[in-house]
Design a protein around this ligand. Structure first.
Ligand code: URA
Length: 431
């Protein structure tokens, strides 16, 4: 039997006592955990020590590289066009990938968007797209490359071969209260993105009640850490810090978010979704060598919509079929006239999840027609009896628990009262 070069308990002591792990120690730890030599309970102790004591920049880099080395890496070198990707740390009503990927690809840039499914109150891009009848999330490597060459944009499921150490570690963090550690989030996200082989990457790092990290200073630290990891690995990386205190757009769910994304591609859609789509598209195109691309025109003149249609069709989506509609709806109206001053993202995300739009366990299905449509946003004047939002679900029994989540989640004040959105939508840029 091969002799192991380190003792994991020594490494846990080092991190518990705020010491630093060497490159060789981190390489071994990740490899030994992936092959099952280091046990879950030992890795749980290690992640808690990291959560409490942090990691130095070099350790975070080593951890990221070790997780990349645990699996395969893709390359788009033979594609003949630049590749650029976007990653969002997740939020409520965040359907930006849907209009963004075809918009950017309509400028001749390849967008390989390997996405995930939702867990808890944040939605997953694949769940949203699966509301389109016939649309397929799984592609073979050959289909993936062909679509990237022909259409330019691909949104599909990441295979389990990319950074498998992260898959195992993330599942462990999820059940041990160690998700929200900046070194662990940064290495988790960036190991997958670097392994994916994109040459440029724009990060949408969210802060606020509906985000992973609640305060902007933590989000800034996460963004700076990830931009440094990407840059060091030769991926041109920038980040926007964006506000997730209020749901994005008017739709929270799956099919209704696809409808909203199509409105944006048709030149309309809610102002916040359009603003963020345009800002991220500009960042992605600048990194791909097109800083002056007229992204607004591509939304107005149908060019981005053409790429969307091609992208959906290439993955089996039937653009002529109707999107699913829920069997039951429940409308909540304004109890008084005034100004809508507050609408908190997190409770709206939880309510949509309870309606069936999200899943509590990885293996659960989602209900594509379930969700919430907002009829007013903070800053809007409302009159008594006016619909504020509509809940949709197939089973009416779900409304009660969704409404419980929304208790105190919005507030109507008087004209002139401060509107509590937590500041501008785009609060900063790193890179
Ligand atoms: N998304 C990831 O992929 N990893 C994290 O740790 C958090 C969000």
């Amino acid at each position: 039997m091969a002799v192991e070069p380190f003792d994991v308990v020594d490494l846990i002591h080092t991190k518990r006592d705020s010491g630093a792990l060497s490159t060789a120690q981190i390489d071994w730890l990740v490899d030994a955990y992936t092959r099952g030599y280091v046990a879950d309970e030992q890795m749980a102790a290690m992640t808690m020590a990291i959560f409490l004591n942090g990691m130095a920049r070099e350790e975070i880099r080593d951890l990221t590289l070790a997780m990349i080395a645990s699996g395969e890496t893709l390359s788009f070198a033979g594609l003949g066009k630049p590749t650029t990707d976007k990653h969002s740390t997740g939020g409520v009503g965040d359907k930006i990938t849907l209009p963004l990927a075809p918009l950017v690809a309509s400028f001749g840039v390849a967008v390989p968007q390997l996405s995930g499914r939702g867990l808890g109150h944040t939605g997953g891009t694949l769940d949203k797209l699966e509301s389109i009848p016939g649309w397929r999330a799984s592609l073979s490597n050959e289909e993936f490359h062909r679509q990237l060459a022909d259409v330019g944009a691909v949104v599909c499921a990441a295979g389990s071969g990319l950074a498998p150490a992260d898959g195992k570690l993330y599942a462990l963090r999820d059940i041990t209260g160690t998700v929200e550690a900046i070194p662990l989030i940064a290495s988790s996200i960036m190991s997958k993105k670097i392994a994916e082989g994109t040459s440029a990457l724009v990060l949408d790092v969210k802060f606020g009640s509906g985000a992973f990290l609640k305060n902007i200073e933590q989000s800034r630290e996460l963004a700076e850490t990830m931009v440094a990891l990407g840059t060091d690995a030769g991926v041109a990386t920038t980040a926007l810090l964006t506000n997730m205190n209020v749901p994005l757009g008017l739709a929270i769910g799956n099919a209704n978010e696809v409808r909203e994304a199509v409105e944006v591609l048709a030149g309309g859609g809610p102002a916040d979704i359009v603003e963020l789509t345009i800002a991220l598209a500009r960042e992605m195109l600048a990194l791909a060598g097109q800083p002056d691309a007229d992204v607004e025109a591509a939304l107005r003149n149908g060019r981005a919509m053409d790429t969307w249609n091609a992208m959906i069709r290439a993955q089996g989506g039937d653009l002529t079929a109707a999107l699913p509609v829920a069997r039951e709806t429940h409308v909540v109206t304004a109890e008084r006239s005034g100004l809508l001053v507050e609408q908190q993202a997190l409770p709206f995300g939880i309510a949509a999840w309870r309606l069936g739009a999200g899943r509590a366990r990885k293996q659960d299905p989602v209900q594509h027609s379930a969700g919430i449509d907002l009829h007013a946003k903070p800053g809007d004047s409302v009159t008594a009896g006016q619909p504020l939002f509509t809940l949709s679900a197939d089973e009416p029994e779900r409304f009660e628990r969704a409404l419980e989540a929304l208790d105190g989640a919005y507030r109507i004040g008087d004209a002139g009262d401060p509107v509590e959105t937590g500041g501008p939508l785009i609060a900063g840029r790193i890179g």
